[in-house]
Design a protein around this ligand. Structure first.
Ligand SMILES: [Zn+2]
Length: 300
């Protein structure tokens, strides 16, 4: 009898193990299937991520991943890493700024030719050329940014029919907020129209264009500390000659050159937010622009 009980116990244990394994396997398969069905949307860098975050809110079966780390800042200084490549290799949709900002795009397309690329810069007008290159930092103009939101939304609607209505609604909500912000902008621009400024960070060229600031942009690749002594002297001469009162830099930039110019000329440094990096919250862009407007309203 004892012997039978032993056999039964062993048999039950085996059975339990087998059933558990089968259940685990089914769960894993279901999970894999779920992941396969999810639309993976990857954004190239921070400003695109914030737009996508707003458009994707409440969508079904989507996964949003930002490729370049938030701390990378501008893709100017960026080299595609193996780790970042992995984020794109199984993406269904890749959202980019465009205008050459993503100079690694060919490499990524080679890696994953099935992926659909959404270029946010389609139909942006009044592009600014620095020497022979188009300045790609279009999002610092609120009008451009709204167009970028609309471009991305339109293509998401085309590519992901299931969530079409949600994209439309989210676009409407976000654009309305941005349009309200634009009204504040127009107010600010009245005061700033025709004011002269030196910009030591090319990201603000579109910001200045929109606010009708008469700006001289010094090409710095976001790193104004690399200015030569000669360039610095020329800027100081220009600021004195033209009685320029405003120096614009990014609040994350090295301040040393701006301080030298300010000390020599009495001009004021405006540390603004170019929206290149920051918090991942949905309203981050709106807050960045509000921050800049406040800075100009309270100006000395
Ligand atoms: Zn840049």
């Amino acid at each position: 009898m004892n012997k039978y009980i032993k056999y039964i116990i062993v048999a039950v244990i085996f059975l339990v193990i087998i059933v558990t394994l089968v259940i685990l396997n089914i769960n894993k398969k279901n999970k894999d299937k779920e992941n396969d069905e999810k639309i993976k949307i990857v954004t190239s860098f921070y400003p695109m991520y914030i737009i996508a975050e707003n458009l994707l809110e409440g969508t079904n079966n989507t996964e949003l991943v930002n490729m370049a780390d938030v701390n990378v800042g501008c893709l100017h200084d960026y080299t595609l890493t193996t780790e970042d490549m992995k984020k794109v290799e199984n993406a269904d949709i890749f959202i980019v700024n465009g205008l050459g900002m993503e100079n690694f795009l060919d490499k990524v397309i080679n890696l994953n030719s099935n992926m659909h690329i959404i270029d946010s810069s389609t139909n942006i007008q009044n592009l600014i050329k620095d020497e022979d290159e188009i300045n790609p930092h279009i999002w610092t103009s609120i009008d451009n940014y709204i167009l970028q939101v609309k471009n991305i939304s339109k293509e998401l609607q085309n590519k992901d029919n299931l969530n079409e209505e949600i994209y439309k609604e989210n676009e409407e909500k976000y654009v309305e907020k941005l349009e309200n912000l634009k009204e504040e902008y127009l107010e600010a621009s009245k005061e700033l129209e025709g004011q002269k400024a030196i910009i030591l960070n090319e990201a603000f060229e579109y910001f200045a264009q929109e606010l009708k600031i008469e700006a001289t942009t010094i090409k710095t690749d976001h790193e104004e500390s690399t200015l030569s002594a000669e360039t610095l002297k020329n800027i100081i001469d220009k600021v004195k000659e033209e009685n320029i009162k405003i120096i614009i830099i990014d609040k994350n930039d090295n301040k040393s050159n701006a301080e030298t110019i300010a000390n020599e000329t009495g001009a004021t440094i405006y540390e603004l937010n170019s929206g290149l990096t920051g918090s991942l919250e949905k309203d981050a862009y709106i807050k960045a622009i509000e921050e800049n407007l406040c800075r100009f309203r309270d100006r000395p």
